[in-house]
Design a protein around this ligand. Structure first.
Ligand SMILES: Nc1ncnc2c1ncn2[C@@H]1O[C@H](COP(=O)(O)OP(=O)(O)O)[C@@H](O)[C@H]1O
Ligand SMILES: [Mg+2]
Length: 385
């Protein structure tokens, strides 16, 4: 089916005339989105999978245990899609207080976590920023803080023409709207998000993501912010209570399809194929998260039993174990700080967890040692390389 999802406007870029694409405001019209059997099936599968993830989070006594890891996983992979070279180990070691191996890459990932935390807090506060341009700009500022691209107007909607693929707009794969039309396009998107379109929320989230990418309102960071928008809306519209869905894993696995479907909306007016793809990615990511949550639960339950039965287990050792899921890598100084104990006591606690087979020293060094909860990391690490 062919439908028009926007119009082209001729703009000049260094004396070359280019066709910039200006998207028609949501929702899809002429004809409206066809909720055929395929889409309905994909939608109910995705909603079921999200429901299972929500239940998994409710069933465990301490859902923060997954949350910490899952948020880092999403932060890492959404950044990797955009070229970050950091690994899960790099990020966790940095958070444990180590000097980062790839400082700029690690910083990008940490910035994403910071931006997500900030945005969730704003949306949760009665007098916080609403989901609109100002919030996006604040997110952008955090994302770009002190990393490459930080010369690209952090916190500001772009004032120049950008493009995707190619060396100039004239040979680009996609030329987003000219800068003077961006504020208007963004505010139309916001209005639609806050309006009362009767389409199912998850489908609306998929539509919003594409529209955001098509507007491409920033000089850089649009991919990450557009995916962060998905996470925020999933929570804001009550599909999950916490950001447990690491959707970028599915986008990364099906990267070419992700780009092709985004393109298909503009070129062929094919919203339906995008929506099916998006819903299937949600299902895949949610199923994956449920399986990981179950594995993490099994691993931590077994290890807790091992630790408390171990001859060398001290009270601080047991307390340290309980802190590991939100600190899957620790150093001696971090253990001292977390436990509020003396150095010899912390040394004993770490040694006890090593003896119980929970912690492993990973640097092989005599000083500045780092201890990892390796089984926990093993569950988290698929798709992170
Ligand atoms: N053909 C396309 N049409 C619309 N959006 C696209 C297309 N190809 C890629 N994108 C989006 O653009 C993002 C990259 O934009 P960019 O501003 O560089 O994001 P980031 O800095 O987060 O790297 C991709 O992740 C994708 O979401
Ligand atoms: Mg980029």
């Amino acid at each position: 089916m062919k439908r028009e999802t926007g119009t082209y406007r001729v703009t000049k870029w260094e004396n070359e005339e280019v066709q910039a694409f200006v998207p028609t405001p949501l929702p899809p019209a002429k004809p409206p989105l066809a909720l055929d059997d395929d889409i309905r099936r994909s939608l109910s599968a995705a909603m079921n999978a999200l429901g299972k993830l929500a239940i998994a989070a409710d069933m465990v006594p301490n859902a923060e245990w997954f949350l910490y890891g899952f948020v880092r996983k999403e932060a890492l992979i959404t950044s990797q899609i955009e070229g970050t070279q950091a690994t899960l180990q790099d990020v966790l070691a940095f958070e444990a207080g180590e000097k980062a191996g790839r400082p700029e890459d690690v910083r990008e990932v940490c910035n994403y976590v910071d931006a997500l935390t900030f945005a969730r807090d704003e949306l949760a506060r009665p007098d916080g920023l609403p989901l609109a341009t100002r919030l996006f700009c604040n997110i952008h500022k955090r994302l770009m803080d002190g990393v490459r691209g930080s010369e690209k107007q952090p916190g500001e909607i772009r004032r120049s023409q950008n493009w995707i693929g190619g060396s100039r707009p004239g040979n680009a794969r996609f030329v987003p709207p000219p800068p003077d039309l961006v504020p208007e396009a963004l505010s139309a998107l916001e209005k639609w998000i806050h309006g009362d379109d009767p389409l199912p929320p998850l489908i609306r989230i998929g539509l919003a993501h594409v529209q955001f990418e098509t507007i491409h309102p920033f000089l850089d960071g649009n991919g990450r912010i557009g995916r962060l928008l998905v996470a925020l809306l999933v929570e804001h519209w009550g599909l999950l209570k916490t950001p447990l869905l690491y959707l970028s894993v599915a986008f990364k696995r099906h990267r070419q399809a992700y780009y092709d479907r985004l393109n298909g909306v503009r070129v062929d007016g094919d919203w339906e194929s995008w929506i099916r793809f998006f819903l299937d990615c949600v299902t895949e990511a949610a199923d994956d998260a449920v399986a990981s949550a179950q594995r993490l639960h099994t691993v931590t339950a077994a290890d807790r039993a091992k630790v408390s039965a171990h001859a060398r287990a001290t009270v601080p050792a047991i307390r340290l174990f309980e802190l590991l899921p939100s600190h899957p890598m620790v150093t001696l100084s971090l253990a001292i700080k977390l436990l509020g104990v003396s150095k010899p006591t912390a040394v004993k606690a770490i040694a006890a967890l090593q003896a119980a087979g929970v912690l492993r020293e990973i640097t092989g060094k005599r000083r500045d040692r780092v201890y990892a909860y390796h089984e926990y990391l093993r569950v988290l690490s698929p798709d992170t390389d």
